[in-house]
Design a protein around this ligand. Sequence first.
Ligand code: BTN
Length: 295
Amino acid sequence: MSRSTVWRWVEELRNLGVHVKGQRRTGYFLEKVPDVLTPDLLRKRMKGNSFGKRVFHFFKTDSTNRVAMELGYSGEPEGTVVLAEAQSAGRGRSGRIWHSEKGTGLYFTILLRPRLSPAQAPLLTMLAGLSAQTAIAAQTGLVAELKWPNDLLLGGKKLGGILTEMHAEPSAVRFVIVGIGLNVNQEKFPSELSSTATSIRKESGKLSYRLELLARLLTQFESDYNRFLRDGPAFVVERFESVSSFAKGRRVRVDTGTESYAGVTAGLSPDGLLLVQRDGGPLSTVIAGDVTEVQ
Ligand code: BTN
């Protein structure tokens, strides 16, 4: 191609924030590969896996869960991944918004078509938490705490969250989408989150290569998922209970929307629900609701 075409493309790259050293006459040098979650690079890194073969990448979308839900209805296969560099309406639990700053966190959703009953689908949230914990530890050495059912914490602050949604018949799941949000390279958060949120960068003082973390997480999740389908719920429930110090002996307040009570966490039921020994009352099973630690 002509010199002027090269120059035009270099200018395009610079406008996108890519650092390109050099002059028109002497040639150009790409100083750093930008940390963009390029589908091509991800596919290459995911060779030999079946997750991440179909990748939908957005520089910005409203919510990767919303997109994945549509792809689920339109017949996309299991293992399809929807990724965004930024989300304008990232969905959190209980109708909350997931803060999704451009290019700093990981915001992605995995489409699954498991043969499970709708009651078993929430176990996929816990499974994704376990896979994320393993991947983060392998890449950074940081061991995140798992808070039932969907939170990853570091130093008591929120590092990540998982939102599982599904389309199901009364007795069988049609498809499930597992949406994962991880705070990776954020330096700071909006003031309303600054006392409750943290990132890998804030905790380790280092930048992490998001593409590598994503690839590790997807690989880990694929293997954990296959084991869950083979061995059944006990694999997830027992592992979660053993690695989550939150699951036993923590003083909590439970808010179900219809009632609120205090007690101490007492492990998980065989189907993965949190048990709470109510103060002066019976052992309760938390099916849904907010569980917050209290002193
Ligand atoms: C929570 O802790 O409340 C769950 C947060 C889940 C956020 C992720 S970001 C990627 C995916 N797309 C969404 O809209 N939400 C999930």
